[in-house]
Design a protein around this ligand. Structure first.
Ligand SMILES: Cc1cc2nc3c(=O)[nH]c(=O)nc-3n(C[C@H](O)[C@H](O)[C@H](O)COP(=O)(O)OP(=O)(O)OC[C@H]3O[C@@H](n4cnc5c(N)ncnc54)[C@H](O)[C@@H]3O)c2cc1C
Length: 397
């Protein structure tokens, strides 16, 4: 499935072809080997992606990135997710994440490192008691001399041990009575060595049912020291945003990008299920026929293909809006909702069409099914996306 007009340009088609070949030749065999043993993606794979410049797709060329848009970022991510969801996810830990420090010179140096894949992070927003409701974050940042001390419990921090830094959301003060509950929450940069936790931090892995390729961590912070220079001005990698829009616009844009990126990843997983099922229907015979001859299955496959094509068209549209600077919070929530729910539906149907073989670890379809299931939960659940959309349609009484 190549890009169609009006989105297809020679440069985008070349990028897509490169990402597709890389996903097929370099990622898929690794996923087949490592996913069953819950293994981590090898550092060489990360280095190969870094060499292609993919950690800096959205970073301006002047700062060492490819200077492309959310569209190209999503395009590469869909292709990588077609092979292994986590490999598409790690790209989001570059793209200028963890570079929003106040010192402009250092910010520029970090952006360059981010673009080179030498500044790959982890995001620690969620906590045991604060998931959808991030305003409930209880981790504290307390003034200590000319720096800060972080104390609390973070949950779900993907890639935390392997990262160069962890972005930690912490409370610097309680909100005033007339302020929103989120007032006083700020992101901090915890700089660390790859493969080690910093002093004051311990981690245990969470045993997930899918999304293997990187580990997901439960982190205890007990007096982690952070210099004042590592207090961040924005939450997400967002080098493309105009700073004069102000902090909120910048954070909002980062969230919108994350939602489109997740939608594209979900389309990649669904496409994998569609492509494997298309092959399986022709390979498997029952009643003296390839099961591809049975109308019910042909129609089911047609529905899957239509679903994937619709998801693809939708992320292309919303990524384009973001690249054009059009405010599209509702559309970003819609594309996250639609594409991830679609991926659950399509991978579920793919398993059904594989019959008993689908319910084994011998076929990739079970991996797609497990990975798709996550996409409606992380990066804001489907219910939270529906809340965003409905809040724009209906005033609250
Ligand atoms: C594998 C994995 C990786 C993750 N990676 C990261 C990461 O790297 N960094 C990070 O910070 N976080 C990460 N997360 C956390 C993720 O963002 C949260 O799990 C998600 O936001 C949901 O929060 P929760 O799990 O606390 O569920 P809850 O918020 O407890 O939600 C439980 C249920 O209630 C529903 N619900 C909650 N509030 C409302 C409401 N107002 N209206 C209607 N329904 C509601 C939810 O939709 C859900 O169905 C990850 C999670 C997983 C599972």
């Amino acid at each position: 499935m190549d890009l169609l007009p009006p989105w297809a340009t020679p440069a985008r088609l070349a990028l897509q072809a490169d990402a597709r070949a890389f996903a097929r030749d370099a990622v898929l065999p690794v996923a087949d080997d490592l996913d069953p043993i819950k293994g981590e993606m090898p550092p060489e794979l990360v280095s190969e992606m870094a060499a292609k410049g993919w950690f800096g797709i959205t970073i301006p060329a002047a700062s060492g990135g490819l200077g492309l848009g959310v569209f190209e970022y999503s395009l590469v991510s869909e292709e990588l997710a077609r092979a292994w969801l986590s490999v598409a996810s790690i790209l989001a830990r570059g793209q200028g994440l963890g570079t929003q420090v106040t010192d402009p010179l250092r910010c520029e140096q970090l952006l360059k490192r981010s673009a080179e894949g030498d500044w790959i992070g982890s995001i620690a927003l969620s906590e045991p008691d604060a998931g959808s409701d991030l305003a409930g974050v209880a981790t504290t940042a307390t003034r200590a001399g000319d720096g800060w001390v972080l104390t609390g419990h973070k949950r779900w921090a993907g890639n935390a041990l392997a990262a160069d830094f962890i972005e930690v959301l912490a409370r610097v003060r309680e909100p005033a009575p007339d302020e929103p509950r989120s007032a006083g929450l700020e992101p901090f940069l915890v700089v660390k060595e790859r493969g080690r936790f910093p002093e004051g931090m311990t981690g245990t892995t969470i045993d997930k049912i899918g999304y293997h390729g990187f580990l997901t961590w439960d982190l205890l912070l007990d007096g982690v020291r952070v210099p004042d220079s590592d207090r961040l001005t924005g939450l997400y990698g967002d080098s493309g945003a105009a700073d004069d829009e102000g902090g909120f616009a910048s954070v909002q844009r980062g969230l919108n990008i994350a939602r489109v990126h997740t939608a594209a990843r979900a389309v990649g997983v669904a496409r994998a299920a569609l492509e494997d099922t298309t092959a399986y229907l022709q390979e498997r015979e029952q009643f003296g026929h390839p099961i591809a001859d049975f109308q019910a299955l042909r129609f089911a496959l047609a529905d899957m293909a239509a679903d994937v094509a619709q998801g693809r068209a939708m992320w292309c549209q919303v990524a384009h809006l973001l690249d054009e600077g059009v405010p599209c919070e509702s559309e970003a929530a819609m594309v996250k909702l639609q594409c991830t729910e679609m991926a659950v539906r399509v991978t579920n149907q793919a398993m059904q069409l594989h019959g008993g073989n689908g319910y084994t670890t011998e076929r990739r379809v079970e991996r797609y099914w497990r990975d798709a299931r996550l996409t409606t939960i992380f990066e804001g659940t489907s219910e939270i996306q529906r809340r965003i959309i409905s809040d724009r349609l209906l005033p609250r009484s």
